[in-house]
Design a protein around this ligand. Structure first.
Ligand code: 13P
Length: 212
């Protein structure tokens, strides 16, 4: 199994022109999955695309995107449960569980995000977040919240503890995310992660190309 690089662009870049420019510079590889804002999907013609989020179904749900819509655009991957969705958009484990189910029903490949806040006990948080997902997700991304966007990546040895727990609980691929860059990403692969989920560094093309 080859290592994966999943790029989470979050709500970036600011304009379609910039997104187009960035897409153009990313070399195609099956293992490199780009998750742009949904409005930019159509600009990513030569990359493997993933969604940053998804709702349960089509219908009267203003502002949402459904699993069937992603499928109809041939978008195979979907990130669910990102900590920014949990924090800013109040997504609960219950809702995330429903979303995972809805996406699996459409045979989408789910990348489920888990991770603890500063001061929380990693094992307890992960066990709770994973309790309803024993099987079926394509990958679980361990993203300690305190490491996201802070430049303070998790110590690989410490992350390895989360990796073992996630493997034991789900048997799925495990990615690491949180301040990943071209200098530290290999450290996570060395301790056994199956790839990385990259935020900020995926928007800097030179940095991102080095990882690819
Ligand atoms: P950063 O790489 O910017 O820390 O973001 C990580 C992340 O949230 C990816 O989903």
């Amino acid at each position: 199994m080859k290592n994966l690089i999943v790029a989470n662009w979050k709500c970036n870049p600011k304009t379609a022109k910039e997104a187009e420019r960035l897409f153009r510079k990313i070399p195609f590889k099956k293992e490199v999955i780009i998750c742009p804002p949904a409005l930019y999907f159509h600009l990513g013609k030569k990359v493997v695309l993933g969604s940053q989020n998804c709702f349960l179904e089509s219908g009267a749900y203003t502002g949402e995107v459904s699993p069937k819509m992603l499928k109809s655009l041939k978008i195979k991957y979907v990130i669910l449960g990102h900590s920014e969705r949990r924090t800013y958009f109040k997504e609960t484990d219950e809702l995330i569980k429903e979303k995972v189910k809805a996406c699996l029903n459409e045979k989408l490949k789910v990348i489920l995000c888990v991770g603890e806040k500063k001061g929380e006990k990693m094992i307890n948080v992960l066990k709770k977040q994973l309790s309803s997902f024993k099987k079926g997700v394509f990958a679980v991304a361990y993203e300690p919240i305190w490491a996201i966007g802070t430049g303070q990546a998790c110590d690989p040895e410490k992350a390895e503890k989360a990796l073992s727990l996630i493997k034991k609980e789900t048997g799925s691929r495990v990615l690491y995310g949180g301040s990943v860059n071209s200098k530290n990403f290999k450290d996570y692969l060395k301790v056994g992660f199956d790839g990385v989920l990259v935020g900020g560094a995926s928007l800097k093309i030179e940095e991102f190309k080095k990882m690819i």
